[in-house]
Design a protein around this ligand. Structure first.
Ligand code: ADP
Length: 579
């Protein structure tokens, strides 16, 4: 498509350009012909006038008569100067030059009998001939006119040579390529000197012989200007200076038999056509590219839209998936929460059941422990009544003392139980600093610690705090410390060491270690049982550890016993609290 458009543009622009050139060439040609004709016709009359001149005639009548030649010479010189023709000279009837204007005096005595302008004038009365002067070697138009004797015979010929070189100069200066050729096709006037005296095409042999014989164009070899295969309507003339290509327009000047050729150069038009074609080609290519780009863009838009749709669909699918997953997760969370709640409830129930079991165990133990002193009290009371009746007041007094001891023991048991009875729920727990609780317990034991010379080491970080109920926690610590002091009563060295350490899962461990020799291995499983004691009667109830364990479990913690280097180590672990 592009190629066709480019070629069409080239041909169109070239055609239009050539047509315009042709029109311009035809106009120039009309002007050129007119100029040529006027240059010639200006002098047309001059030989005719001179042919009638008496002095000229007289000279031809008697060339020997003195003074006649000089007079005619002087006349010719004056006229030549005034009319600016190249030369004026007079030939006698044999073609011999008899008189001439000033610049052509060397013509005189020469025979020009063979020159066509002489022959034609003799034959027809007048002649016109363009040729190169045989004497001067300069070209010019020779206009001849027969001088008739009174009897009507040809007495001689007056010849005026007109210089047309000026015309050529004007053409050259105007940049126009003009050539004037004779009937034989030989160029004799041209805007470029290189084209002169050469035919456009090879001349016929007879013409060539005639031209050479008449020495019309001097020594010209009559080499043709154009190659025979040059296309019609166009022309390519050789240099120097540079070859000229173009279209040619011609006009024939009938009465002279000359042809004026005007060559219009087509280079600019061809360049213009090429430029236009190139512009068209580029425009076509640009259009093609723009079309391709537009279609590419359309395609890209289409594929982008398809991608967007796919993406949107995927997003929708993923959103759906995510919503489903979300719903599933929410369901799972609810399920977990329910399970956690159920677990907590079960835990609470278990704790409750555990406490009830412990309580039951303690109750059984208590009833057993209290029944004994009650039975003893009954025995003492009945025996005291008997002793009172007998008047044995001393025994009654002893009995009363024993009974006081028994009630004291019952009171002790009940006091311990009161601590346990003062149970509070988690909503009443608070952040208790382990350091503060330990110090409170130590304060209560201060007198005993001092008197027994116990070294107390307390390593509890200030941020060690647990969630508990302070009074009952202090009670537990007091129990553990009292047990430690009890165990160290006979020890050579008495050390009580309290250490708090951070455990995993936000818990604190508080260990109470002593140097009392530890718990015998066989007793370790039993120390937390109610009323298990190794202490002498009246010294221990065996309730301290069992109640402490219940309290610590209440606080969701744990209490354990172990043996350290030289004594027992009790550790309680409780949930941490922020302070
Ligand atoms: P009690 O102190 O009234 O005997 P506990 O329940 O407090 O009752 O203690 C039970 C028993 O555990 C003690 O009698 C003792 O044998 C043992 N025990 C407790 N603490 C220690 C300790 N620090 N060193 C050695 N034995 C201990």
């Amino acid at each position: 498509m592009t190629c066709v458009a480019t070629l069409a543009t080239f041909l169109l622009v070239l055609g239009a350009g050539q047509e315009q050139l042709r029109r311009a060439a035809r106009q120039r040609l009309v002007i050129g012909e007119a100029v040529l004709r006027s240059a010639i016709e200006r002098y047309q009359y001059l030989p005719s006038v001179l042919a009638l001149d008496t002095q000229v005639r007289d000279l031809l009548a008697d060339v020997q008569a003195s003074g006649r030649v000089a007079a005619v010479n002087a006349k010719f010189a004056a006229i030549a100067d005034a009319s600016s023709v190249a030369a004026i000279y007079l030939l006698d009837r044999n073609g011999l030059a008899r008189a001439a204007s000033r610049g052509s005096l060397n013509f005189v005595g020469n025979s020009y009998a063979y020159r066509p302008y002489f022959l034609d004038a003799v034959a027809g009365g007048a002649s016109r001939y363009f040729g190169v002067g045989t004497t001067t070697g300069l070209p010019g138009l020779f206009i001849g006119k027969a001088v008739l004797a009174p009897d009507g015979a040809v007495a001689g010929v007056v010849v005026v040579k007109v210089d047309l070189e000026g015309l050529q100069r004007e053409w050259r200066q105007a940049g126009e390529h003009v050539l004037v050729s004779d009937a034989a096709g030989v160029v004799f006037l041209a805007s470029e000197p290189a084209w002169k005296y050469r035919p456009f095409h090879a001349v016929a042999p007879a013409d060539a012989a005639r031209i050479r014989e008449a020495r019309q164009y001097g020594d010209s070899d009559l080499r043709p200007l154009l190659a025979d295969d040059a296309p019609a309507g166009t022309i390519r003339l050789p240099g120097p200076p540079a070859p000229v290509s173009g279209i040619v327009e011609r006009v024939v000047v009938p009465d002279l038999g000359w042809t004026v050729s005007y060559v219009a150069e087509t280079g600019a038009v061809v360049r213009q056509a090429l430029l236009a074609a190139a512009a068209t080609g580029i425009a076509c290519l640009a259009l093609a590219f723009a079309g391709a780009a537009a279609s590419q863009r359309r395609q890209r838009l289409r594929s982008e839209q398809a991608m967007r749709l796919t993406l949107e669909r995927r997003v929708a699918e993923r959103t759906q998936d995510l919503s489903a997953a979300n719903a599933r997760l929410r369901g799972e969370i609810t399920e977990r929460e329910r399970a956690a709640a159920a677990l907590r409830a079960t835990q609470d129930e278990l704790i409750h059941a555990g406490r009830l079991a412990a309580l039951g165990q303690i109750s059984t133990a208590i009833s057993h422990e209290i029944n004994q002193p009650l039975a003893a009290l009954r025995t003492f009371l009945s025996s005291s009544a008997v002793f009172l009746e007998r008047g044995d007041t001393a025994t009654v007094g002893r009995n009363l003392k024993r009974m006081t001891e028994v009630t004291q023991r019952i009171a002790d048991i009940i006091r311990h139980l009161k601590v346990f009875a003062r149970k509070t729920g988690p909503q009443h727990w608070e952040a208790v600093r382990l350091g503060t609780a330990a110090e409170a317990a130590l304060d209560l034991l201060q007198a005993r610690i001092r008197s027994e010379g116990v070294a107390v080491t307390c390593t509890i970080p200030p941020d060690a705090a647990v969630l508990a109920e302070p009074v009952r926690l202090e009670q537990v610590l007091l129990n553990l410390m009292v047990n430690g002091l009890d165990a160290m009563r006979d020890a050579p060295e008495r050390r009580l060491v309290l250490t708090a350490t951070r455990e995993a899962e936000s818990r604190w461990r508080l260990s109470v270690a002593d140097s009392g020799g530890g718990i015998p291995e066989e007793h370790l499983p039993n120390v937390f049982e109610p009323f298990f004691t190794t202490k002498a009667a009246g010294e221990g109830l065996g309730l301290g550890l069992s109640l402490s364990l219940l309290i610590i479990r209440d606080f969701r913690g744990s209490l354990s016993a172990a043996n350290g280097e030289d004594g027992a180590v009790f550790s309680l672990v409780l949930p941490a609290a922020e302070v």
